[in-house]
Design a protein around this ligand. Structure first.
Ligand code: APR
Ligand code: PHB
Length: 400
C-alpha cells in the first residue's frame, strides 16, 4: 500500500471533477483526481452541448476558456415547433441580452484535461475499487487499486464528482440521505453526424409522433434526437430509419433543408429526474451528476454541475484562506436551491414537449394551447428565456 496526501481528493474526472481540480489549482489548493475509466473513455461519451453564461464564466475563471470562445457558437434564440408551425424564443430580447453557447461537453472536457496535463496535475485513470473512508471524522481518505497495487490518499476533504453510478453517494449513510426520483416512460435516441445543422438555432419539436430536437456541435456537425419508447434498442434503428422518422416530425422547411449522412454515434439515453438531499456528509461533498440528474430537455445537466462546482470551490477557498467553514456549512442548501429550480424547469419542459404513453387525446391539445399561449405572451416568452439561459449564481432562492 502506498500512501500520499492531498488537500482535496476528487473522485471522478468528468466535467465536474476536472473543473473543480482546475479551479482549485488556480487558487493554490492541492487536489488529486481518481477516475475509474481511461481518459479516452471519458471523452467518448457524447453528452449535451449548451453552456449557460455561468458555465462560460467558470471556464474563463479556470483559465481554460480560450478555445471555447474561438469555436463555440453564441445563440441568441431557440425555435419551438408545434402544431406544424415554428416559433422563435428570442433569448436575448426576453432575458436582458443573455445568450447561450453551443460547445460540446466533449470539447469542454478535453480542454480541462489538456490544461490539467499541461499543469502537471495528478489524475489517476483506470483506478479500480475506489472507496471513500472516514469522512464522518477529521481524517478522510480514499483508497483504490491500480495495476494490482493498493493506494491510499489522505486528505482534508473528498469531492464526490463521480456521476450517477459513482461510489461516493452510495457510501453515504442510508439514514442520512433522502433521494427523490422520477423515471420517464421513454428515452432519447441521439444521432451525431458530420452534416451542416438544419437550422442556425436549436429546434425543439412537439409533434404528433413524439418529441424531436435538432441540435448541433458546430457549423458542420449536427446532433439530432428522437423520443423513442423504452423498449426500443439502438441496433434496431438504422441511420435511414432515424432520418426518415426525424423528417416526419419536422416542418416542411426543415424537411427540405435537412442534410443527412452516416452517423458518427447513435445511442439511446433514458430520461430521469433525480435529487439527493443533502449533498454534504461530514467531509464529503457531492457535486454534479453524483447528486442530481435532470432530463436533457433544456440542457441543464452540465450547467448545474458547473454551478455546484463553483459553490464548492468558493467554500473550499474560504476554508483554506479565511479558516471559515461557513461556505462548507451552506454548500448543500445553496446548491439545492438552484438544483430544484432547474429540476422543475427540466421536468416541466419535458412534460410540455413529449407524448406520454396512455395520454388522452386532450393532453396534446393542452400542450398545444400552452405552447401557443407561451409563444404569444411576453410573460410566457420571459419564463422560457429566463429558465433556458439559466439563473444567476446568486439567485437568492431557498432550497425546494
Ligand atoms: N471511481 C472513480 N471514478 C468514478 C467512479 C468510481 N467508483 N464511478 C464513476 N466514476 C467516474 C466516471 O467514470 C465519470 O468519468 O466519474 C465520472 C463522472 O462524470 P459524469 O458522469 O460526466 O458526471 P459529472 O462530471 O458530474 O458531469 C456532469 O452534466 O450534462 C450532464 O450528465 C451530464 O456528464 C454530465 C454532467
Ligand atoms: C445536445 O446538443 O446534445 C442537446 C442540446 C439541447 C438539449 C439537449 C441536448 O436540450
Amino acid at each position: 500500500m502506498t500512501t500520499t496526501r492531498t488537500q482535496v481528493a476528487i473522485v471522478g474526472a468528468g466535467p465536474s471533477g476536472l473543473l473543480l481540480g482546475q479551479l482549485l489549482h488556480k487558487a493554490g489548493i492541492d487536489a488529486v483526481i481518481v477516475e475509474r475509466v481511461s481518459g479516452e473513455h471519458v471523452l467518448g461519451r457524447i453528452r449535451a452541448g449548451i453552456l449557460e453564461q455561468v458555465s462560460i464564466d467558470l471556464m474563463d475563471e479556470a483559465g481554460v476558456g480560450a478555445r471555447m470562445h474561438q469555436e463555440g457558437l453564441v445563440h441568441g434564440g431557440i425555435e419551438m415547433l408545434f402544431g406544424g408551425q415554428r416559433h422563435r424564443v428570442d433569448l436575448h430580447k426576453w432575458r436582458g441580452g443573455k445568450n447561450v453557447m453551443v460547445y460540446g461537453q466533449t470539447e469542454l472536457t478535453r480542454d480541462l484535461m489538456d490544461a490539467r496535463q499541461a499543469a502537471g496535475l495528478k489524475t489517476v485513470y483506470e483506478a479500480k475499487h475506489t472507496a471513500v473512508h472516514g469522512f464522518d471524522g477529521a481524517k478522510p481518505y480514499v483508497t483504490y487499486e491500480k495495476d494490482g497495487q493498493q493506494h491510499r490518499i489522505d486528505c482534508d476533504f473528498i469531492a464526490g464528482c463521480d456521476g450517477f453510478h459513482g461510489v461516493c453517494r452510495a457510501s453515504a449513510p442510508r439514514a442520512a440521505i433522502k433521494e427523490y426520483e422520477k423515471v420517464y416512460p421513454f428515452g432519447w435516441l441521439g444521432l451525431l453526424a458530420d452534416t451542416p445543422p438544419v437550422s442556425d438555432e436549436l429546434i425543439y419539436v412537439n409533434s404528433e409522433r413524439g418529441f424531436a430536437l435538432c441540435s448541433q456541435r458546430s457549423r458542420s456537425r449536427s446532433r439530432y434526437y428522437l423520443q423513442v419508447p423504452l423498449t426500443h434498442h439502438v441496433e434496431d434503428w438504422s441511420d435511414d430509419a432515424f432520418w426518415q422518422e426525424l423528417r416526419l416530425r419536422l416542418d416542411e422547411e426543415a424537411r427540405e433543408k435537412l442534410v443527412t449522412g452516416p452517423s458518427l454515434e447513435k445511442s439511446i439515453a433514458p430520461l430521469r429526474s433525480f435529487v439527493t438531499e443533502p449533498l454534504r456528509f461530514g467531509r464529503m461533498f457531492l457535486a454534479g451528476d453524483a447528486g442530481h440528474i435532470v432530463p436533457p430537455t433544456g440542457a441543464k445537466g452540465l450547467n448545474l454541475a458547473a454551478t455546484d462546482v463553483k459553490y464548492l470551490y468558493d467554500a473550499l477557498v474560504e476554508f483554506y484562506q479565511n479558516k471559515s467553514e461557513a461556505g462548507l456549512d451552506h454548500y448543500s442548501q445553496k446548491c439545492l436551491g438552484r438544483i430544484w429550480r432547474a429540476e422543475r424547469f427540466s421536468w416541466w419542459f419535458t412534460q410540455l414537449m413529449h407524448r406520454f404513453p396512455h395520454d388522452e387525446q386532450i393532453t396534446a391539445k393542452f400542450q398545444n394551447a400552452e405552447l401557443s399561449y407561451l409563444m404569444n405572451s411576453p410573460a410566457g416568452l420571459t419564463t422560457i428565456a429566463e429558465n433556458y439561459v439559466g439563473l444567476p449564481l446568486d439567485f437568492g432562492g431557498a432550497a425546494g
